[in-house]
Design a protein around this ligand. Structure first.
Ligand code: PXL
Length: 285
């Protein structure tokens, strides 16, 4: 029988806007993985621009769900956390990580973008997210979230290669792999950069600049990266795959001039992901 990876994804379920579980589940399924959703909240839309969002916080559900999986002796190849509805959910994620010691622990520290926190991301959640990131194997902040985790100001200027490496090294003091997404670099490129502490390599994959911002692209990137790592790919190849897939969806969507709040049209691009072509458009820095 074919062995399949199974991932517990602790993230929200938003109806409209193509983010979190609504994108992670199909994306990782296309990579051949089974995703077990552990919703932190159910929302009618994401919080990035729609008025009157309906939110049901599922804090009480997470631990009961954990206990049930333990009673069933369910094992996970990875436990992956994302959008948390409040700071107390950090404790629940910590318990999941502790209870699944042998699983790959991935933290996408969803907190904000473009230098600002998301509406629901309190100061307490920002502070405690560092605690969660500290027990992970892999973290995938965007530049805003990396600044929050490091207690740094959001950079006013593009990052020199030296500063980018220093941020990655600081983020990796506790984790094995740190990837920072959407980093404006001093040579005018927008890049996804990563560091693998075990192999010691700093890596960079450049993106083309598209003059539009779509919610959910960080979730898609983190999901593809996690799937690729679980499939045994090296960090640069995994960053490459996550970058190219995200770019395909962003460029496709941009061409249709849709309302950006609806996220990216990733659905028709899933067969590209399933083909799992070999990629090598990365640089060592
Ligand atoms: O894509 C990040 C994200 C996830 N979940 C919810 C969000 C956002 C960003 O706005 O609002 C509910």
């Amino acid at each position: 029988m074919r062995s399949q990876k199974i991932i517990a994804a602790i993230h929200d379920l938003s109806g409209i806007g193509r983010c979190s579980l609504s994108v992670i589940m199909p994306v990782m399924s296309a990579q051949g993985m089974q995703v077990c959703p552990v919703p932190t909240a159910v929302l009618s839309t994401h919080t990035g621009g729609f008025e009157g969002v309906v939110i049901r916080d599922l804090t009480d559900y997470i631990m009961e769900c954990y206990d049930h999986y333990k009673s069933l002796n369910v094992e996970f190849d990875a436990v992956y956390s994302g959008f948390l509805a409040n700071a107390s959910q950090i404790d629940h994620c910590l318990k999941f990580f502790k209870g699944y010691k042998n699983s790959l622990k991935v933290v996408d520290p969803v907190m904000g973008d473009h230098g600002k926190p998301y509406r629901t991301c309190t100061k307490e959640l920002r502070t405690r997210m560092s605690e969660l990131a500290g027990v992970a194997d892999v973290i995938t902040p965007n530049l805003t979230e990396a600044a929050f985790l490091l207690g740094e100001e959001y950079p006013a200027e593009p990052l020199s290669q030296g500063r980018a490496k220093s941020w990655l090294a600081k983020l990796s003091e506790k984790v094995r792999v740190a990837v920072i997404t959407s980093v404006p670099m001093a040579d005018d490129k927008l890049s996804n950069i990563g560091y693998d502490r075990e192999s010691g390599g700093f890596w960079r994959v450049d993106c083309d600049f598209v003059p539009a911002a779509y919610p959910g692209t960080g979730d898609i990137f983190a999901a593809v990266l996690t799937g690729a790592i679980l499939n045994g790919e090296s960090l640069p190849m995994a960053i490459n795959r996550a970058t190219v897939f995200t770019q395909i969806t962003v460029k496709t969507t941009f061409s249709y001039c849709t309302d950006t709040r609806n996220g990216v049209m990733f659905e028709h691009a899933l067969p590209w992901l399933s083909r799992n072509e070999t990629l090598f458009d990365f640089k060592r820095i």
